[in-house]
Write a protein that binds this ligand. Structure first.
Ligand SMILES: [Cu+2]
Length: 134
């Protein structure tokens, strides 16, 4: 009984040190600003599956939404319930404010569209691209 218990303890320690050697989950920082009617920068790259700390600044004079859509999906104007179903993560930022939040980047590498879902803004060209690396 004691021997078996000791084997479990050793196995857990080996597993724990293996995870530590991998450095844990990947992290990335991303900063974007929004204004009428664009994102800056218009493209960015993060590692797949990374814990991304995103800082979004609304440097405009009206509210904007930072909306990340599913892989390969391109929103069609006007942004509606069909497009909403493909939202991976989003945040609403009032004029002049800065928001920081964390989200997990998709685990699948590819090109992801970022749009502003405020009516009329996608039509005005408010979109960007997030590339998720492998
Ligand atoms: Cu907008």
């Amino acid at each position: 009984m004691t021997t078996r218990h000791q084997i479990y303890v050793v196995a857990i320690l080996v597993l724990a040190s293996g995870l530590a050697a991998c450095g844990g989950p990947k992290t990335a920082e991303l900063a974007m600003s929004m204004s009428e009617f664009s994102f800056s920068p218009a493209s960015a790259t993060v590692p797949a599956g990374a814990e991304v700390t995103l800082t979004v600044t609304n440097s405009g004079t009206i509210e904007h939404n930072w909306v990340l859509l599913d892989a390969g999906y391109q929103a069609s104007a006007p942004f509606d319930a069909t497009d909403q179903a493909y939202v991976v993560t989003e945040t609403k930022v009032p004029a002049g404010e800065v928001q920081t939040f964390t989200f997990t980047a998709p685990s699948k590498a590819g090109s992801y569209q970022i749009v502003c879902s405020v009516p009329g803004h996608l039509e005005a060209g408010m979109k960007a691209t997030l590339t998720v690396g492998g």
